[in-house]
Design a protein around this ligand. Sequence first.
Ligand code: GLY
Ligand code: MN
Ligand code: MN
Length: 464
Amino acid sequence: MFETNTYIERRNRLKMELESGILLFLGNDLSPMNYPENTYPFRQDSTFLYFWGLDLPGLAAIIDIDENQEILFGRDSTLHDMVWTGAQPSLNHLCLKSGLKDAAALGQLDSVLKSALDKNRRIHFLPQYRPENLIKVQALLGIAPSFVNNFVSNAFIKAVVDQRSIKTEEEVEQIESALDITYEIHLLAMKMSQPGTSEREVVGAMMGIVKAGGASPAFPFIFSVDGQILHNPHHQNVMQDGDIIINDSGVETSMHYASDITRTFPVAGKFTQKQKEIYAVVLDAQLKAIETIKPGMEYRKVHNLACCQITAGLMALGLMRGDVNEAVAAGAHALFMPAGLGHMMGLDVHDMEDLGEDYVGYTNTIRRSSQFGMSHLRLARTLEPGFVVTVEPGIYFIPELIDQWKTEGKFEDFIDYNKVEDYRDFGGIRIEDDVLVHDAGKRVLGKPIAKTVAEVETLSSQIS
Ligand code: GLY
Ligand code: MN
Ligand code: MN
């Protein structure tokens, strides 16, 4: 964890912003996979990590703003724990590390909150995404699990989003550590992939590097010749000559700061002419989008610019036609790029998505569009120094979507469906980097990973 003062200062700022009431923080528990003692790897809640720094299951905490009191709730290790899983640091030690004076048994949280409820005091809590914690809120506050998220505190959400959106230097360093490992896995994947290699061999080798580096995947690696499936979780294919692979793989450090990088490369080391042309369009859109990033710029404008670049490129290749701006305004390009350009990144790869994307990426004046494609944009608001965002344009040929739109005759003025048929089995191309917005503009984080056609072909033709 960071120095104790980091957590004290973060909580002090929260107290100032919320002004009154009790803030309830629920840490995560170990979750059973198939029987109680066989659990998924533990992952602490990111907001709990951010304000308390404690990366252990079975914890909760409150900040009583009016009484200026902070209490950590948990339990000390039992003999059973010591025998089977090893002793954990004592509750008092955790308090010291997090800069707290008061600890209490987890069971006392109930009576503390009941007495606050009896006095009609406001208890602020955040949206819950784990069934265990929905049930805990039910036990503590008497709200049925399916209604818990109707009673969350907007003020608490906004205060957390405000703080977590702006990354400090020490947080950016963590993201860059995640990117160091990410660099290694992307290079390995490019060199290791050959015709006849299976996707899962490469994913296994990448995972080995991640684990050996003391990190974990930040999300299930997307590594597939079926790159047209945007978040494809399967790795069952054997790569063939002529295939291109989308490798969207990011890791989180032991402190859980994430990276999120995508590269697309040819299995056999050389793009075909058709692949090269589409790759060039995506790369151009990505570079132009990155160039535009600076404080004060609305991210939806950066998204729009990338969509226009992609549309212009597809028009030059004969897949689209008409006026670029009109096509993008109508949403015709979404046949090829149905996703948003990017998202915030930090302790979560889609940072704070649990708190609500509309709080994280939108404001009272910048509202989410309902148009297909644009509606998937996770980040639209004005960029500020300290934001870390991804820039990840892509062109995807999704047969099911093509068939549906073609049958409906959708955007026939803008889309040449006959030409699109030639690309039906193309797959997809995405290129993604992580970018820090700072006072003077932006910085692409991490060591550069092969990205131009020439760089990608050189690495992909090496054999490791
Ligand atoms: N890796 C998931 C994403 O890029 O959003
Ligand atoms: Mn990604
Ligand atoms: Mn991403």
